[in-house]
Design a protein around this ligand. Structure first.
Ligand code: GLU
Length: 298
């Protein structure tokens, strides 16, 4: 399989300029290295009817193109099941019955990093498990054999972070994000993962899981986010931040594209012309504060 990069939006609503900027970066990273560029809709969770079509329309409008059809996670459950079965056969999973509040209230294990699952259900007896199964369905967790992992990131260098017994399958039966993303990237031949740096803290879990599944760890580039004027991550409530809202405020898609390229230190005009000037080492390492565009209600 030839090398590939990807963009993997969650179809929970319209993309905003921060999402579009990340998509442009993922496209530039892939195309500048001769990779294919794939589109995967992460619809296991939070999917809103109609959002996928809006997102794909906006990506195309801004100049992001992709190879082949769109892959949807809801059509790939068998791959996630197979991976969990492999891990289970190797003794690397266990059932967990904890509620969110039980996890928050549990005393953390000695030396366990902040936010790590405290291991409450790790060593339940079969009798305990049977009793708990009668009360609520189990989630499936990884039985991690390390507490942290280190990965290499094109923009962040060497990054070490927590690996805990994270959830592989939620107790509603749906594959968890950390599992699905690793399985899908491997199955699609994706060897370059470019995404927002809010996801960097969960990436050591993914890199570790990849090694357990004998999957090569991809190249990672976690890119800076777009912030609002208060320094918080940009969100829909920050005014006109989607192409539709900006269009209503009189701002064309070309103006938005050029503002995003400008924020990356790249020439305006088209993604192709930006590609010629693209160099990861020259990218801004700081988040970009969205200046607002349009002024007419924007
Ligand atoms: N679906 C995730 C999101 O929209 C991105 C996951 C990824 O790129 O690995 O935040």
């Amino acid at each position: 399989m030839t090398a590939a990069g990807r963009f993997a939006p969650s179809p929970s609503g319209e993309l905003h300029v921060g999402n579009l900027r990340t998509a442009i970066l993922a496209w530039l990273f892939a195309r500048s290295t001769g990779r294919r560029f794939l589109m995967r809709v992460e619809d296991l969770d939070r999917a809103r009817a109609g959002a996928e079509a809006e997102q794909l329309r906006d990506l195309a409008a801004i100049g992001v193109d992709w190879d082949g059809g769109v892959v949807r996670q809801t059509e790939r459950e068998h791959l996630y099941t197979e991976a969990i079965e492999r891990l289970t056969a190797a003794g690397l999973t266990y059932e967990c019955f904890c509620t969110r509040s039980e996890i928050q209230e549990a005393p953390s294990a000695p030396h366990a990093p902040q936010g790590a699952y405290p291991g409450t259900c790790r060593d339940l007896s079969e009798t305990d498990r049977a009793a708990k199964r009668a009360v609520r369905p189990a989630a499936v967790r990884l039985r991690a054999e390390v507490a942290e992992a280190t990965l290499q990131d094109v923009l962040h260098g060497s990054f070490t972070g927590v690996v805990d017994d994270f959830v592989l399958r939620r107790n509603d039966g749906v594959a968890a994000y950390n599992l699905a993303v690793v399985v899908d990237d491997a199955a699609q031949g994706i060897d370059q993962v470019v995404r927002g740096d809010d996801l960097l803290p969960s990436t050591p879990r993914q890199a570790y899981l990849a090694t357990l599944l004998d999957i090569p760890v991809p190249e990672y580039a976690h890119v800076p986010l777009v912030l609002n004027a208060d320094g918080a991550r940009l969100a829909k409530r920050d005014g006109a931040v989607t192409l539709a809202d900006l269009a209503a405020a009189g701002v064309s898609v070309e103006e938005v594209r050029d503002a995003l390229l400008g924020s990356l230190g790249l020439p305006a005009g088209s993604l192709e012309s930006a590609l010629a000037a693209f160099a990861p080492a020259a990218l801004p390492r700081e988040p970009w504060v969205w200046p607002g565009l349009g002024g007419r209600g924007a």
